[in-house]
Design a protein around this ligand. Structure first.
Ligand code: ATP
Ligand code: MG
Length: 404
């Protein structure tokens, strides 16, 4: 049975999803392992949407449904969330004859060209034995489209939509337009990082940005019951679930800072409260990263956004840990971070008005130009190691995942 008839589900045209690699193509000798990571990720996601055959051929990932029950919309959307892929589209599959290509163009394209004013045809002939050249295919298909949709004009320079006809080794593919993919590098190609995940707008974005560069992300959240509520914790868990659309799966660790915060409140200079808390967060995060084999910490800090994010404050919190701290939002304005949060689908949850441990016992006059010695002198009023041990013992872990 040939491929086309295998995929011919009743009246529906046989369709595939095609994905284009991003930077993976630049990776020389590593290319194969990068491709393997991408394929693995797509296969893990695909199991939710049916049985698909997924493979790489001629620099493109092919996702072919193996039965009529496959949820193509779901799979298409899933592919758009996989880092490492820059472009995704659906294409009709047909035999490698002009007759079959034109029949497919007539059936497949009209609904996809609705509302467009201009188009061009881009033909690609990978199989040089095909009797027509690429310009000849373009011309012929262009003529057919002009007769199909009233009012549509050709514009080869900036068309509303590009129709692509590709003649490959075994089949021809007809598609219109291409939607952008998530970009970046394939999941799990750049090591593992521990994200300090608050309930705010910035940290989920920071995590997604590092996942985009191929990092596997685990999250650590600090709560402070009863000063922070159950609902605040649920909000963070929802954010983690939303991030999983991009990260796939995430361990979410939670540590209680309650006693540490009370000790700081009772024994230290109020102006240092936030900074001291951040020192404890960084030290606990480093410990958690060590246990869960994460090689970097990630925060949502943005330079100058609040008192604890001035250069002087960041220098202090950076100095208490011994591993790289990534702050991908550092040079972004709040409105730029908001745009990213909307793109990653975390914004609506992030703005729900629940408290964070950072907003418990906030100083009236936080230090914006702290000196390391000043912070250390305040820390010396506390039994730091015992407090760290006690807090770390409260660590709990949940797994969030979009895989089946
Ligand atoms: P966000 O929007 O990410 O909450 P923010 O602008 O509110 O950031 P801060 O509250 O000062 O800034 O926190 C700075 C960073 O510290 C956060 O981006 C996050 O990485 C980390 N952080 C803050 N609170 C927590 C928390 N409760 N649990 C884990 N990490 C936290
Ligand atoms: Mg916050």
């Amino acid at each position: 049975m040939d491929f086309t008839s295998e995929l011919n589900f009743g009246a529906k045209l046989p369709e595939v999803i095609l994905c284009k690699f991003g930077e993976v193509v630049l990776k020389g000798a590593n290319r194969q392992s990068f491709e393997a990571l991408l394929i693995k990720e797509l296969r893990r996601r695909a199991s939710r949407y049916g049985v698909f055959k997924i493979y790489v051929k001629q620099s493109t990932v092919f996702i072919e449904p193996e039965s009529a029950e496959c949820d193509m919309e779901g799979m298409y959307s899933a592919a758009r969330h996989v880092f490492g892929i820059v472009g995704v589209n659906r294409a009709a599959v047909c035999d490698k004859t002009m007759e079959s290509i034109i029949k497919t163009v007539k059936e497949y394209l009209p609904s996809r060209l609705l509302g467009k004013r201009t188009f061009k045809v881009d033909a690609k002939r990978a199989d040089k034995r095909f009797p027509l050249t690429s310009p000849e295919i373009s011309r012929e298909v262009g003529g057919v489209i002009l007769g199909l949709v009233r009012g549509l004009r050709v514009d080869v320079h900036s068309p509303d939509v590009t129709v692509t006809v590709e003649v490959r080794d075994e089949h021809a593919y007809v598609r219109s337009g291409q939607e952008s993919g998530a970009g970046g590098l394939p999941p799990r190609s750049s090591g593992r990082g521990l994200l300090l995940l608050s309930g705010g707008i910035d940290s989920p974005v920071a995590g997604c940005m590092m996942a985009k560069r191929g990092m596997e992300i685990e999250a650590l959240h600090f709560e402070s019951f009863p000063y922070t509520s159950e609902r605040a914790l649920e909000k963070v868990m929802t954010l983690a679930e939303e991030m999983c659309e991009f990260t796939g799966k995430m361990y979410v660790h939670t540590i209680s800072l309650t006693h540490i915060q009370e000790e700081i409140r009772d024994r230290c200079d109020e102006d240092y409260f936030t900074l001291l808390l951040r020192v404890f967060m960084m030290r606990l995060a480093e410990r958690c990263a060590g246990e869960y084999k994460c090689s970097a910490l990630i925060t949502g800090e943005s330079l100058g956004q609040v008192a604890s994010q001035t250069l002087a404050a960041i220098s202090v919190t950076d100095s208490v840990v011994d591993m790289p701290v990534f702050r991908p939002c550092i040079g972004l304005d709040k409105n730029e971070i908001v745009i990213e949060a909307r793109r990653y689908g975390t914004f609506d949850t992030a703005i729900l008005p629940y408290e964070d441990c950072c907003t418990v016992f906030t100083p009236r006059h936080p230090k914006t130009q702290p000196k390391r010695e000043g912070v250390m002198a305040e820390l010396a009023k506390l039994d730091v190691e015992a407090l760290l041990d006690e807090a770390y013992a409260t660590l709990k872990t949940e797994i969030k995942s979009i895989y089946n």
